[in-house]
Write a new protein. Structure first.
Length: 514
């Protein structure tokens, strides 16, 4: 086997990581002309004996399609050595790039929960969840890797020589060789949150056997003992995650994600670290919402009306920086807590000529998050038409036979109708919230599509929420003309955000800095 060419397709370039079972290389997929990461296992008896299992589990992991999971593209054996081809993710792992404050810890933990829930729903348990297996991209996205594959037999050592390897995150039932389910991953998540929030691990010792004994028998010291400023709700959650008996832990990653979101929404946040500009900006951007109680109430009322079959468009208007998107985030969190589906897209100043861009962005994220069977069922006969907007669908479902050609206007109406049918189907049980940010930069096609959806879905469980800047509009602006028409047809409610009062600004600062 050529040392730099795997399976006559993947050219290895540089080593980017190494563990006890092999190395990971940045590589080039010569067939598809794209960069990838290739994990090449060591040529050892232990690996050779389990190569079939590696390949079976790689095939299972390849079925996972989620924005917080590193995608597995291919797997095989070359010259007797197993290899796995994965999405190349730029970033550092969570062990190397620890969050700077509680806001980041909660955000990363929620993303991990979302990934775990997706995997568990597909019958895949990670079994080796630890900071080294969580990659953090420069934009702050968490991506889990090595689902069902990484069962390292080695440990990392701290500078002090304390063993801090895989055993430190291992659930008691895995240690004992008992039957296990997704709650074993939740135990490991509890250890990780404990480590990030308290600044130390719940169980550590010089001897791995001593650590194992603590996992099995030692009571956990609440993390607030080491960090008294932790919110009590987070302290309690971590203790629950670290219960010895799986039955005493939260039942699912989804429930943990909901609890984390409630903690984040409650605003019980740690003080920022001195000199941390990133932490300061994060706190300002995501702190507890102040002075918008009435507006939050209006948004929630509209969602409740939507769930009764009175879909509507709600527009949030105001000056730049007044908090339009932050207010929308409150409703998005509320809808998700109730199990509703949320699609999010945005318009961009320098891409205003791209037709239907916010819908493309929203659907692309949704497609990426669906299992193949679920995606096929949801799209149904609309798959070919919606593939025109989201070509990635074909990478999941295979080539879609094109619909017969029609005159341009009829083709546009066919696309609109298929999108409306899809949204109607998605909304039928738990409701659908479609959020479009910065609508003042929207193109003519997006505005026409919104008008069509508002008419078609008026009696459905679909709420469309959008934010825009009034200062960007003049009489010639396409959104200005659309607003006149939507108002005439009584399709829209507008929430105008003014500036916070002096007292409200003081309350906001007090909430951010204590």
């Amino acid at each position: 086997m050529d040392a730099t060419l795997i399976s006559n397709r993947y050219r290895l370039e540089t080593e980017i990581g190494r563990g006890g079972m092999g190395a990971v290389f940045r590589a080039q997929d010569l067939m598809l002309d794209r960069p990838v990461a290739v994990k090449v296992f060591e040529r050892s008896d232990a690996v050779m004996d389990r190569s079939d299992r590696f390949l079976r589990e790689a095939q299972a992991a390849a079925r996972l399609n989620h924005p917080n999971i590193v995608t597995v593209f291919d797997a095989g054996v070359a010259d007797g050595v197993p290899f796995i081809v994965m999405e190349l993710v730029e970033g550092r792992n969570l062990y190397e790039s620890k969050p700077s404050d509680l806001i980041e810890i909660l955000a990363i933990s929620r993303q991990i929960c979302s990934a775990l829930e997706h995997a568990h729903q597909h019958g895949i348990i990670h079994r080796d969840l630890k900071p080294e297996n969580v990659l953090i991209t420069p934009s702050g996205t968490a991506k889990l890797m090595d689902f069902g594959l990484a069962r390292s037999v080695t440990s990392r050592l701290s500078k002090e020589g304390v063993v801090v390897g895989t055993v430190l995150y291992m659930a008691p039932e895995l240690i004992l060789g008992q039957s296990f389910d997704g709650r074993a991953d939740l135990y490991a998540l509890g250890v990780m949150i404990y480590e990030l929030a308290a600044g130390r691990l719940p169980f550590e010792a010089d001897d791995p056997l001593a650590v194992i004994s603590q996992h099995l028998y030692a009571p956990v010291v609440p993390p607030a003992t080491y960090n008294p400023r932790l919110p009590p709700a987070l302290d309690n959650l971590v203790v629950r995650l670290l219960e010895k008996n799986p039955a005493d832990r939260p039942p699912s990653a989804r429930q943990v994600e909901i609890i984390l979101l409630e903690i984040e929404s409650a605003g019980e946040l740690l003080s920022i670290e001195a000199g941390s500009v990133h932490s300061l900006l994060s706190r300002i951007a995501r702190g507890r919402l102040v002075g918008r109680t009435a507006e939050i109430g209006i948004l929630r009322q509209h969602w409740e009306s939507t769930m009764q079959g009175s879909g509507h468009l709600v527009l949030i208007s105001g000056e730049p920086g007044v908090g339009k998107t932050r207010l929308a985030d409150e409703l998005i969190a509320y809808v998700r807590l109730q199990g509703g589906i949320v699609l999010k897209g945005g318009c961009y100043e320098y891409e205003a000529a791209t037709p239907y861009l916010p819908l493309v962005e929203a659907l692309r994220s949704w497609v990426h998050d669906q299992a193949t069977e679920e995606l096929q069922q949801a799209l149904g006969d609309a798959a070919a038409e919606i593939t025109r907007l989201v070509p990635e669908i074909e990478t999941r479902l295979g080539p879609q036979p094109p619909n017969p050609s029609l005159p341009q206007e009829q083709e546009r109406l066919r696309l609109f109708d298929n999108l409306a049918n899809l949204f109607q189907k998605l909304a039928s049980e738990k409701g659908l919230l479609l959020f479009i940010d910065d609508l003042h930069w929207g193109d003519h096609g997006t505005l026409a599509l919104l008008h069509y959806l508002l008419r078609r879905l008026r009696g459905e469980r679909v709420m469309i929420l959008s934010a825009y800047r009034e200062v960007e509009l003049d009489r010639s602006h396409p959104l200005a003309a659309a607003l006149v028409e939507w108002n005439r047809e009584r399709l829209v409610t507008r929430i105008q955000l003014g500036r916070l009062s002096f007292e409200e600004c003081g309350n906001m600062l007090a909430g951010m800095f204590g």
